[in-house]
Design a protein around this ligand. Sequence first.
Ligand SMILES: [Zn+2]
Length: 238
Amino acid sequence: MGGCHSYPSATKVDSKTPQPTDNQDEKLGINNNNREKQPYLQQQNVCQMITNMDMFLLAKLPPGVDKAEWLASNTVAFFKHINLFSSALSEFCTPGTCPTACGPGNTVYVWIDDHGRKLKCSAPLYFDYAMSYIHDLLTDEDVFPTKAGAAFPTGFVFLVQKVFLLLFRTLAHIYWSHYSETLALGLHPHLNTLFTHFTLFCQQHALLDPEDTEPLQDLIAALERQEMTLRGNTDLKI
Ligand SMILES: [Zn+2]
């Protein structure tokens, strides 16, 4: 086992502090709501995937395909997969278990309503709002047109970015608060595969702000390293 990083055990991890990205075999001593070390960073879990498909290739815009069409079809697909995945864990995410919508580094996600008011709500309520918002957007013919030749609206990419941020937070909450249930159900290889594809797609098309993904950057780097190792490419640029 290589050089071991650890964090002060009794203090919250400062989400602004860059996390180490150069150790893949060790257990990182990060606090999780005063619970245990993060199991999702352990190498025996990081390497669990359901496919050895090339995720970098999967995320790229195929030659000859319109970029907006590519973004739209992937947005719909990621929404369906992530919604399905979070539904599988919904019995564990209740106002009692998750009174706030929290993510890595004890980040708390706050919903902003139509009038710009901030609503601090439980995780299930927050993600209900998020999924309903996305569903309404994806079924709005003016935003995600399904008819051949129909134009995408101005600001389409901005709306896609908003959707991806909410989907990212959904996955972040699962890793942060429901990883033990994910492990118990044997769903962790599915979660890793989905998250790797998702983050590589976001990187490829500049859909997420690094500031938003930073609390999970240690996992993103570990999964990307794993993916590069599978491709035989050790030229890491993370
Ligand atoms: Zn929860």
